[in-house]
Design a protein around this ligand. Structure first.
Ligand code: PGA
Length: 253
């Protein structure tokens, strides 16, 4: 069975103190209010990973993610952070290929493939993001666009490597805009992604892959989105910065 996951991507927000308060609140609310088998992930900025991880250590439903990783193993790469370093401070998931990194840091498909390999080599789970810009959707090319993103970075992985991957579909026009994909738009793209994955890997692996939706997901729309057959959870930006909203999203399953 595939995992149901709600992951909070804090992006470049919160000071150290604010980050610790936020994660303590989430930790308490998850312990008190969340039943069932949802995997809860928080992705704070790099400098807070270890402290945030310590605070969630006693909560077996909460896990730590990084927002990025270097494609290199080690060495003279000033400002970069390797998968082994992240693993050594308790990180288990890594967001790879977020549209903001593709756009502002020019991360291309080959670089993303190397980052996937680096994470997988350390036994970590990449959350691989894909999603089309508005002009591709308006031109009715969104399926081809997302299919190419999947193919260009994922198809070089072995079946075994792919088993570790989680996919997140995040239409760029829905990120931080308040404009969410309808549950029908999300479902049809998620089903398409699963079908593409079943062509690249074995059908069982594709069936068992968690595919998350991201883009203005909030407590008001999460239940409807998560009720779709191929939507296995969410990658949450803005709403993950408020403990109440984030917990209510987690409770939407
Ligand atoms: P948003 O961001 O929820 O603020 O739209 C989602 C994301 O970028 O992961």
């Amino acid at each position: 069975m595939r995992k149901r996951i709600v992951a909070g991507n804090w992006k470049m927000n919160k000071t150290y103190e604010e980050a610790l308060s936020l994660v303590s609140e989430i930790d308490n609310m998850v312990k008190d209010e969340v039943n069932g088998d949802v995997t809860v992930i928080v992705a704070p900025p790099f400098p807070y990973l270890q402290s945030v991880g310590k605070l969630t250590q006693g909560n077996d439903r909460m896990f730590l993610a990084a927002q990025n990783v270097s494609e290199h193993e080690s060495g003279a790469f000033t400002g970069e952070v390797s998968a082994a370093m992240l693993k050594s401070v308790g990180v288990e998931y890594i967001i790879i290929g977020h549209s903001e990194r593709r756009m502002y840091h020019h991360e291309d498909a080959q670089t993303l493939y190397k980052k996937l390999k680096a994470a997988i080599a350390q036994g970590m789970t990449p959350i691989f993001c894909c999603g089309e810009p508005l002009e591709e959707r308006d031109a009715d090319r969104h399926f081809d666009y997302v299919g190419k993103q999947l193919h260009d970075s994922l198809s070089y992985l072995s079946n075994e490597e792919f088993d570790q991957v989680v996919v997140a579909y995040e239409p760029i026009w829905a990120i931080g805009t308040g404009r969410t994909a309808s549950s029908q738009q999300a479902q049809e793209m998620h089903a398409y992604i699963r079908e593409q994955l079943s062509r690249m890997f074995d059908a069982e692996a594709a069936f068992n892959t968690s595919i998350l939706y991201g883009g203005s997901c909030n407590p008001g729309n999460a239940r409807e989105l998560f009720s779709q057959e191929d939507v296995d959870g969410g990658l949450i930006g803005g709403a993950s910065l408020k403990s109440r909203d984030f917990t209510d999203i987690i409770k939407s399953f």
